[in-house]
Write a protein that binds this ligand. Structure first.
Ligand code: CAO
Length: 416
């Protein structure tokens, strides 16, 4: 089956997570992604947190599927020459080096644009160009702190908290992918490439936009009625951490189910959607709450919302998280079990949909990864193994017109 991005050639000058997540997505959708890596070592994640000696770490294999690997020392003149050839025939170059690294290598935006005016140059940095922190190197958790996620995540009596979700890394990569696809469509109209830049701070903040909403509401009225601090606690002049409260106007909380004393994940998330109040009362065996003025409206419920959650927990005490959801789904109540990574890895629905996939790998045997979360009616993205370091060097160089002798010479001077 032909894929929409077939024929799009991408130089993947990315490492760690933010950039690789972007190029992996484009590779799933058919782009020819050539990962350029330093000879001998490659992407640092090949070696990070290895679980099998001498085999690429899962951190690498789960972010670099469907790609080719070309080893190239782009600081050596011979390596630069190869890269220039590649640039002249590519559609996109994606990079997420530290600030200034590409310029120091001799490949500024101006130079790249001169080499190939049709090429799109896409970059991830920690902070946007011109920002007062734009010289900083940034990793995931730094971005979560700089983008507003940490100050608004966790419990009010604890420190700012980092989310396990890669809001700074993979999320930024997804933003970049949208930027690249937009620039490709733009190029169809103008014939010109352009620079696409995404910062990790901006991408985190984009996902925290409801907290910026809350900051403005707080400044206007002095309180936030959907937060656990209302009405009994205090508000300062900044958005507080709200624990597990629902952020969208529907009160919710993580509630204990049968077995919570020994199983740290025996919980469900329970949402009290306004129009679901009647079914909730029926499900709980509390029909008298339906018309009780102390319970009837969201406003009336808020002052004693934790007493209500306590009643729901008492109802949940003899039900596992799965049993509870099976009952509540019949009442149209938005809820879900708190799922562990083990449960997700073995979830038959996720296996069937291709969201969790098992990929055969030359050195590792097979490993699990997260496949495309985007589903299409006319295309099924297949996930293939990540490349070994330099696996496609000869193939890529031959495609650029290098002879066997040239390739041998490049190896002699350790340029590839
Ligand atoms: N051949 C020769 N040199 C190469 C090369 C190659 N194929 N590939 C990379 N290099 C060189 C670069 O030229 C650069 O050298 P100089 O610093 O001497 O100019 C160096 O390797 C890479 O530098 P770096 O700053 O990118 O790497 P780092 O490990 O010091 O920092 C990171 C890593 C992620 C903090 C930094 O790259 C960064 O801030 N990136 C932007 C933000 C980002 O994407 N962060 C998310 C990472 S995922 O958590």
């Amino acid at each position: 089956m032909s894929k929409p991005l077939e024929g799009i050639k991408i130089i993947d000058f990315t490492h760690v997570q933010a950039g690789p997540a972007c190029t992996q997505l484009l590779a799933w959708f058919g782009a020819d992604v050539i990962k350029v890596e330093r000879p001998g070592s490659g992407d640092v994640t090949r070696n990070q947190l290895r679980d099998i000696p001498d085999a690429d770490a899962l951190y690498f294999t789960m972010l670099n599927s469907n790609k080719k690997s070309l080893t190239l020392d782009t600081k050596k003149p011979e390596g630069k020459e190869v890269l220039e050839k590649l640039i002249r025939e590519s559609d996109v170059l994606v990079e997420n080096f530290g600030p200034g690294a590409l310029d120091r290598m001799g490949f500024s935006w101006e130079r790249l644009n001169e080499l190939n005016p049709k090429m799109i140059v896409a970059s991830v940095k920690g902070f946007s160009d011109g920002h007062h922190y734009d010289d900083l190197k940034v990793y995931e958790n730094v971005a979560q702190c700089a983008g507003g996620a940490a100050s608004t995540t966790g419990f009010w009596d604890g420190p700012p908290t980092i989310s396990a979700a890669a809001l700074g890394d993979s999320n930024t990569g997804m933003h970049l992918a949208i930027g690249i696809l937009t620039a490709l469509i733009g190029r169809d109209k103008t014939g010109k490439g352009q620079k696409v830049a995404v910062s990790m701070q901006d991408s985190v903040l984009n996902l925290c936009r409801v907290k910026l909403r809350d900051q403005q509401r707080l400044e206007r009225v002095g309180y936030l009625e959907e937060y656990p601090q209302y009405p009994h606690g205090e508000f300062s002049d900044v958005v507080p951490r709200g624990g597990n409260a629902g952020g969208g106007g529907q009160p919710g909380w993580v509630l204990k189910c049968k077995g919570w004393e020994t199983d740290p994940n025996a919980y469900i998330y329970f949402t009290i959607q306004g129009h679901a109040w009647e079914p909730i009362c029926k499900a709980l065996g509390k029909p008298e709450w339906i018309d009780d003025p102390a319970y009837k409206t969201a406003e009336a419920r808020q002052p004693h919302i934790f007493e209500i959650f306590g009643t729901i927990e008492a109802w949940l005490a003899d039900k596992t998280k799965f049993e509870a959801v099976d009952i509540l789904r019949k009442f149209d109540i938005p809820c879900a079990p708190v799922l562990t990574m083990k449960e997700l890895a073995n979830d038959p629905s996720l296996r069937a949909s291709g969201t969790i996939v098992e990929v055969p790998h030359k050195k590792r045997g097979s490993y699990l990864t997260v496949g495309s979360p985007i589903k299409f009616s006319d295309m099924k993205p297949e996930v293939t193994a990540s490349p070994l370091l330099g696996e496609h060097t000869d193939e890529v160089l031959a495609g650029l017109g290098y002879s066997r002798q040239d390739i041998f010479s490049l190896r002699e001077i350790k340029a590839v």
